[in-house]
Design a protein around this ligand. Structure first.
Ligand SMILES: [Fe+2]
Ligand SMILES: [Fe+2]
Length: 253
């Protein structure tokens, strides 16, 4: 990583860390933040499962097994966030029952500013799990996992310890951070199984630069005066979770 990318990385990370810490600490924005994480973590599962099946079909059983475990971890992370929302008597909104919005044009249907910048030069088609270039998937995900582990650990740090639900969430975030570190580690190993350490580091530096640009694109969006975070939560506990033992605690699962 060049020095300027490094400085920008630190600046961008502290901006994102500030935003995330503020939104998880504030009881008003916490539910929406948790819902965003639930959707992101659970949303990664189908892609990882497809990639695992593809790796297996291509004869890479080592990678296939890592990806299967990765998918199971992200699934569990989604459940942890769902559980944290349940403790606040909230749940992710039921998108199926939302009033239909008018069809968006192709231009409007663009990906988020973050993903547009991160994957600049790649079409959505090229990023599908059955065709994505393995090096692109591994290096880009390595950067995201590595940063996620630090973000979750930072968020855990700012949560107050004076009350039970916040204490549980803190524990959960630390266990998630730990898993994300493990994901980054196997992805780095996967890259090194495919190329020399020098080439792996060069590729990672390229994705670090992309991440820096993407973070600034995202922060730019967040700071726009007309920026409104979509509402992702609604009141109540999903019926399938009502059965759960009141004292079941996914925090230490
Ligand atoms: Fe995760
Ligand atoms: Fe992860």
């Amino acid at each position: 990583m060049s020095l300027s990318t490094h400085v920008l990385h630190l600046l961008g990370s502290s901006g994102v860390a500030y935003f995330l810490a503020k939104s998880i600490r504030d009881p008003l924005t916490r539910p929406n933040t948790l819902a965003g994480f639930q959707l992101a973590e659970s949303g990664a599962v189908p892609m990882l499962e497809t990639l695992s099946a593809r790796a297996k079909a291509e004869g890479d059983t080592w990678l296939a097994e890592k990806l299967t475990k990765h998918a199971a971890d992200e699934n569990r992370h989604g459940q942890i966030f769902a559980h944290a929302l349940k403790q606040l008597n909230k749940q992710v909104i039921d998108f199926k029952n939302q009033p239909k919005k008018p069809e968006k044009t192709t231009k409007e249907r663009q990906r988020s500013p973050f993903f547009d910048a991160f994957f600049e030069g790649y079409t959505s088609e090229q990023l599908k799990p059955d065709v994505i270039d393995w090096n692109v998937f591994i290096a880009s995900t390595y950067i995201l996992e590595l940063d996620a582990s630090k973000d979750f650990a930072r968020m855990a740090k700012v949560l107050p310890e004076d009350e039970q639900t916040s204490r549980n969430l803190k524990k959960s975030l630390l266990s998630i951070a730990n898993d994300e570190t493990g994901h980054a580690a196997y992805l780095y190993e996967a890259l090194k199984r495919r190329m020399s350490a020098a080439d792996a580091d060069k590729l990672i530096a390229d994705w670090r630069t992309r991440k820096v640009n993407a973070m600034f694109a995202m922060i730019g969006g967040l700071l726009k005066p007309d920026n409104k975070q979509p509402t992702l939560v609604q009141e109540g506990v999903p019926p399938e979770m009502l059965e759960e033992q009141a004292n079941s605690d996914l925090a230490v699962a």
